[in-house]
Design a protein around this ligand. Structure first.
Ligand SMILES: Nc1ncnc2c1ncn2[C@@H]1O[C@H](COP(=O)(O)OP(=O)(O)O)[C@@H](O)[C@H]1O
Ligand SMILES: [Mg+2]
Length: 386
């Protein structure tokens, strides 16, 4: 299954481009699903068709779905929700509040990942287009894949072995209820799906992340940060869409100024994302709503190109022998020196950029070595181990 994921600042056109991409790939003959993971769903509005929490047919070859956390919890994860409510109640929340708080932060992202896993396993679709929440939400979702893996490894390795054996005693001693076997099993199933998703989303042959931007300074700055974070987590970006470009027929002094700004900013965008391909898209003379308009939008973006194609393959994390040790290099485009930090802890290298952090389990060749140098060099972070 091919995954195309759109991210970017709020309002730049992620939903429209996701829907347009789906309309086009469906037309090209791919069995396509467009999936909205943004809790503030607007995929149905964009298609001008009803879309729910299970895939519905919206055109030939084209299905759409909006992930609904409450629905997911109620239908598939009642056992976990029940446990969470009990857990919260034990922490002093009364039952009603606990019920309401039964959706901890991160659940949106978690269920979105799980559904991606489901669709991959079910194999009904050749193309999955993911309409993401704005930048921060996308990063939380993608970052979660690694965090979960890291946490689950520990959870199953340590807790399952130790805690399960002593649960009856432990539950009496502690005020916290422990998850039942059923919950463990549910978490286990969940985990195996998430794990496959991480592989899928990090594979540049199968997944393309596309950053939607607009030729305006503030939007570009956020796009650049998104690019940095995606580098940090090692997710493959293959294109940037520059949306809402004023077409030449827009005349008059009022817009002349905007045209000039956009021209400048398009230059900046080009420079900032080189050698990634940039797809400029003009501002339509109306809202882009409904399948025919979306088809038009797809044509404006991709022309005759197949949107399911991989448009660019960037560099990934790399480890190389260097001098008396090894160099690990991680692309961190646009990162600034003072926001990047790295340190080792056991067999992990922890790299943080701003609010985001990646725990990298080091390859065997590097574990136990000492970090002697780290520097940021032309958008690449190099850590030397000896
Ligand atoms: N190229 C465009 N020309 C005209 N309107 C656009 C264009 N791209 C998006 N829009 C409109 O802008 C609004 C926001 O787009 P949307 O796709 O919902 O953004 P996001 O999902 O990033 O928040 C929608 O009303 C959409 O129809
Ligand atoms: Mg949207």
């Amino acid at each position: 299954m091919r995954v195309i994921l759109y991210t970017g600042k709020g309002g730049v056109g992620k939903t429209s481009l996701s829907a347009a991409t789906g309309v086009r790939t469906a037309e090209l003959g791919y069995r396509t699903l467009v999936m909205s993971t943004d809790a503030a769903h607007s995929l149905g509005d964009s298609l001008a068709l009803p879309v729910g929490s299970d895939p519905v047919r919206v055109a030939h070859n084209l299905d759409a779905v909006e992930i609904d956390v409450n629905h997911e919890l109620a239908t598939h994860w009642a056992s976990i929700q029940d446990y969470l409510s009990k857990f919260l109640a034990s922490q002093g929340y009364d039952a009603v509040v606990a019920e309401e708080l039964g959706i901890p932060p991160g659940m949106d992202e978690l269920f979105s990942l799980m559904r991606i896993g489901d669709f991959q396993v079910e194999g009904n679709y050749e193309v999955l287009v993911v309409d993401c929440a704005p930048t921060g939400g996308t990063m939380r979702m993608l970052g979660l894949t690694e965090l979960l893996e890291w946490y689950m490894d520990k959870f199953f390795e340590v807790e399952r072995r130790v805690v399960r054996a002593v649960r009856p005693v432990a539950e009496k001693l502690m005020s916290t209820p422990l998850p039942s076997d059923e919950v463990y099993a549910a978490i286990g199933r969940f985990y195996s799906r998430i794990r496959g998703v991480r592989e899928l989303l990090m594979d540049p042959k199968r997944t393309s992340i596309r950053i939607v931007s607009v030729p305006e300074r503030m939007v570009i700055q956020e796009s650049q940060r998104a690019f940095t974070y995606l580098g940090l987590f090692g997710f493959p970006v293959d294109a940037v869409i520059a949306n809402r470009v004023l077409p030449p027929e827009v005349k008059g002094t009022y817009f002349a100024r905007w045209r000039k700004i956009q021209e400048e900013q398009l230059g900046i965008l080009d420079e900032a994302f080189k050698p990634l391909p940039i797809f400029p898209v003009q501002l339509f003379d109306r809202e882009v709503v409904g399948v025919p308009a979306l088809r038009e939008l797809a044509r404006a973006v991709f022309g005759t190109k197949d949107p399911a194609k991989v448009f660019y393959k960037g560099k990934a994390l790399e480890v190389r022998a260097a001098g008396a040790g090894y160099d690990l290099s991680m692309p961190l485009p646009h990162a600034k020196k003072d926001e990047v930090k790295a340190w080792t802890k056991g067999d992990e290298l922890i790299v943080s950029v701003g609010n985001f952090r990646r725990n990298l389990v080091l390859p065997r060749s590097l574990a136990g070595l000492e970090v002697t140098k780290a520097r940021l060099d032309n958008g690449v972070f190099r850590v030397h181990f000896e």
